[in-house]
Design a protein around this ligand. Structure first.
Ligand code: ARG
Length: 282
């Protein structure tokens, strides 16, 4: 009896759907008329080939905002690589965490953002050949007693969340240490240091040096610690299996070989890059 009722219900539902002309799977493919067709117009070939690049522009001198513009070493490097590869692109400031999500959901094609190639990330994404060697530094104000990474113990430390700086600090003071404060951007961690809310910031060497440079009036001290903070390398990050990797690698190698890379490096860091070390890292 119950079964019969179910079949009757099912038949009438199908009849109603048919009468309404509802056909969800075909609906979206129906041609729209001229007046409402705007949003579904196919992209022009130019739009189709324009790559979308994501970054977190609060990480000078690699990427930061100058008014509306994103500027920095990464920005110039990206431009040179794209020009060499003959690719059109747009660079968007989307924030750090969204970089990782957006590469997964396909809303960006690649990311450049001082991203360290780590084993963990390498399992989920692909990286180009390394383009920059980095390590960590501790930045703090004169008067705070820090001589090595071990002195971070007991200090209020600021790091950008989900960065290798967080991992480096956690390796010293332990995960979930209440003294470890996580900031959405490295710029915010530095702002907190300036306000005296954290006593030290652990971040990438060139970014710490840039903070000192931009705050000449402040008595900022920097400490590196090769025993605790290892060398690490930045790469451009693409979705796993992306064909872009090969194209970008080729272009990167060309601009390293033809001197363009060194030119950009000197512009931002005022010194010649150690290309040998860089080229050793494949
Ligand atoms: N190199 C560090 C990492 O990959 C920090 C990078 C942060 N970059 C940025 N644009 N905020 O974890």
């Amino acid at each position: 009896m119950k079964k019969n009722l179910f079949i009757v219900l099912l038949i009438s539902m199908v009849a109603i759907l048919a009468a309404c002309g509802a056909n969800p799977s075909n609906e979206s493919q129906e041609p729209t008329n001229g007046s409402t067709g705007e949003t579904s117009e196919p992209a022009t070939p130019e739009e189709q080939t324009k790559l979308v690049v994501g970054t977190d522009a609060a990480f000078a001198p690699f990427e930061s905002l100058d008014g509306e513009d994103i500027v920095g070493f990464d920005v110039d490097l990206l431009d040179a690589v794209m020009e060499e590869a003959g690719l059109e692109y747009e660079l968007n400031n989307i924030g750090w965490d969204p970089i990782f999500l957006s590469l997964k959901d396909g809303s960006i094609d690649l990311a450049i953002s001082g991203i360290t190639v780590t084993e963990e990330r390498d399992q989920e994404y692909d990286f180009t050949r390394p383009y920059f060697e980095s390590t960590h530094m501790i930045a703090f104000y004169e008067g705070t007693d820090i001589e090595s990474a071990n002195d971070l113990e007991g200090k209020i430390i600021g790091v950008q969340t989900a960065t290798t700086g967080q991992i480096a600090a956690e390796a010293i003071v332990g995960e979930l240490n209440p003294n470890l404060q996580l900031f959405e951007t490295t710029a915010l961690a530095f702002a907190s240091l300036k306000e005296g809310n954290v006593e030290a910031v652990v971040t990438d060497i060139a970014v710490a040096a840039e903070f000192v440079k931009n705050n000449p009036e402040d008595n900022v001290k920097l400490v590196s610690d090769p025993e605790n903070f290892e060398a690490e390398y930045y790469g451009m990050m693409v979705p796993e299996g992306s064909e872009l990797k090969e194209t970008l690698d080729k272009a990167l190698t060309t601009i390293i070989d033809n001197g363009k890379y060194a030119e950009i490096y000197e512009k931002w860091f005022g010194s010649t890059p150690n290309l040998e070390t860089l080229l050793e890292q494949e």
